[in-house]
Unconditional design. Structure first.
Length: 361
C-alpha cells in the first residue's frame, strides 16, 4: 500500500493514519469538520490536501450512523481502489450499503478491538492497535485484493487479524464491549449524586469498572442503536443475576440461620462464576491469560518517575508485561504495580530496592 485516505480523523482515524504515515504510506486526511483534519495533519498523521487520483485504500472512521452514507459518497466519487470502515458494529452498515445498491466487491467491514474513552485526534496514538484483535468481515463478494489491502493495514498497525461473519461479530461485541459499557455507565451513575465524602474514597477497582463510562454518549447511542437485540438479551441475563444477588443479600439480613446460609451460598455462587469468567479474559496480545506477579513501587508525583522505573527495570533485564498505576486521592504520591513473570519478580524487586525505590509489600 502506497497511499491511503482516512475519512473521519477522530481517535481511530488519526491513530490509523499516524501508524500508516510512520510506515511510509502517504496518507490524506478528510473530515466533515475541516478543523479535525487540520489537527490530525498538524499531529503528523498526513496531509489534509485531497489526493490527486484514487488512493490504494480509503479508511472510513466516522460514527456508525454515518458509515454507509460516507462510504457510498466515497465509492461514487471513486476515491480509492478499496474501501473499509472501522465501525464498532458490522451488520447494520453492510445492510444499509446493500440497500443503496452499491457494488460491494471493493468494500470490507472491519473493527479494531482497541480504543479509548476519549474522542478526537488529540487522543490518537500510533500504537493504539498493537497486539489487539482487528476483526475483518469479508463476504463471498469481497475482492481478494481488497481483503489483502485490509490485511496489510492490520499488519502495518501490528494488530492481530480475526476473520468473522458480521452477525457473529455483532453478537460477540455485545458480550465483550456493548453490554459491559452499559454496566459501567450504570455503576458510574450511582456516583452522580453520591456524597463527596464517599466519592473521595474511590480506589482502583471502581476506576477500572467505570473508565469507559467517560466515553462520548453520542457515539454510544449510535453503537447501541445498531445492536439493540443482542445487548438487551445479555443485559436481561445480568438483570436476572442482579435479582438473585439482591435476594441472597436480603437473606443474609434474616434472623433465620438457614436463610442466612442460603444467602451466603448465593453470594458465593455469583462470586465464583465471576472468577470462572474472569480467567477467560485473554492476556496482552490476545494470548492465553498468564498469572503475573506484581511488584508494587511507591512513587512521588514528579515528572520522570515512571520513565525511571521502566529504565531501571530494563537495566535489570526484566520485561514488564503490564503496568497499573494507583493514585492516592489528594496526595502527591501513588503506587505503580509492575506485572512481571513470577520467575523474575524477586530479581526485579531486589534491583529496584538497590536503586533506591521503596516497594510496597
Ligand atoms: N472510540 C473507540 O474506542 C472505538 C471506535 N471505533 C469506531 O471507530 C469510528 C470512529 O470512532 P472515534 O474515532 O472514536 O470517533 P471520534 O468522535 O473521535 O471521531 C469521529 C470523526 O468523524 C468525523 N465525522 C463525523 N461524521 C462525519 C462524516 N459524515 N464525514 C466525515 N467525517 C465525519 C467527526 O468530525 C470526527 O472527527 C466509529 O465508527 C466507532 O464505532 C472502533 C473501535 C474503537
Ligand atoms: O476503552 C476501551 O477499553 C475500549 O474497549 C474501547 C472500545 C470502544 C469501542 C470499540 O468498538 C472497541 C473498543
Amino acid at each position: 500500500m502506497r497511499t491511503a485516505l482516512v475519512i473521519g480523523t477522530g481517535l481511530i482515524g488519526t491513530s490509523a493514519a499516524l501508524t500508516l504515515q510512520s510506515r511510509g504510506v502517504s496518507v490524506h486526511l478528510a473530515d466533515h469538520d475541516p478543523e479535525q483534519a487540520r489537527m490530525a495533519a498538524a499531529l503528523g498523521a498526513g496531509t489534509d490536501e485531497p489526493p490527486i487520483g484514487p488512493v490504494d485504500l480509503a479508511i472510513v472512521a466516522v460514527p456508525p450512523a454515518h458509515v454507509a452514507a460516507t462510504l457510498a459518497d466515497a465509492m461514487r466519487r471513486g476515491v480509492a481502489r478499496a474501501y473499509l470502515d472501522v465501525a464498532s458494529v458490522k451488520a447494520g452498515p453492510r445492510r444499509e450499503l446493500e440497500e443503496l445498491g452499491l457494488d460491494l466487491s471493493s468494500y470490507i467491514g472491519t473493527h479494531p478491538m482497541s480504543g479509548k474513552e476519549r474522542s478526537g485526534p488529540l487522543a490518537a496514538t500510533a500504537d493504539l492497535f498493537e497486539g489487539r484483535p482487528w476483526v475483518l468481515t469479508p463476504t463471498r463478494e469481497t475482492d481478494t485484493e481488497v481483503l489483502n489491502l485490509a490485511l496489510e493495514l492490520v499488519a502495518l498497525c501490528r494488530a492481530v487479524p480475526v476473520v468473522m461473519d458480521a452477525d457473529a461479530h455483532d453478537r460477540a461485541v455485545a458480550l465483550v464491549s456493548h453490554m459491559p459499557h452499559l454496566v459501567s455507565s450504570m455503576v458510574a451513575a450511582r456516583l452522580e449524586n453520591a456524597e463527596e465524602t464517599a466519592v473521595r474514597l474511590c480506589g482502583q477497582g471502581i476506576r477500572d469498572v467505570t473508565r469507559i463510562a467517560a466515553s462520548d454518549p453520542r457515539m454510544w447511542i449510535d453503537i447501541l442503536s445498531a445492536n439493540p437485540g443482542p445487548v438487551a438479551d445479555l443485559l436481561s441475563a445480568v438483570a436476572a443475576d442482579l435479582d438473585e444477588t439482591v435476594s441472597a443479600l436480603r437473606a443474609l439480613q434474616s434472623s433465620d440461620e438457614a436463610k442466612r446460609q442460603g444467602g451466603a451460598t448465593g453470594i458465593e455462587t455469583v462470586l465464583r462464576r465471576g472468577n470462572a469468567g474472569q480467567v477467560r479474559v485473554p492476556g496482552k496480545h490476545g494470548s492465553a491469560p498468564t498469572a503475573y506477579e506484581t511488584v508494587a513501587v511507591l512513587i512521588s508525583d514528579q515528572p520522570g518517575q515512571l520513565a525511571r522505573i521502566f529504565a531501571d527495570a530494563g537495566m535489570a533485564g526484566v520485561n514488564i508485561e503490564d503496568v497499573r498505576i494507583e493514585h492516592a486521592t489528594g496526595q502527591q504520591a501513588g503506587v505503580v504495580q509492575l506485572l512481571v513473570d513470577p520467575k523474575v519478580a524477586p530479581a526485579l524487586a531486589g534491583a529496584l530496592r538497590e536503586r533506591g525505590w521503596a516497594l510496597r509489600q
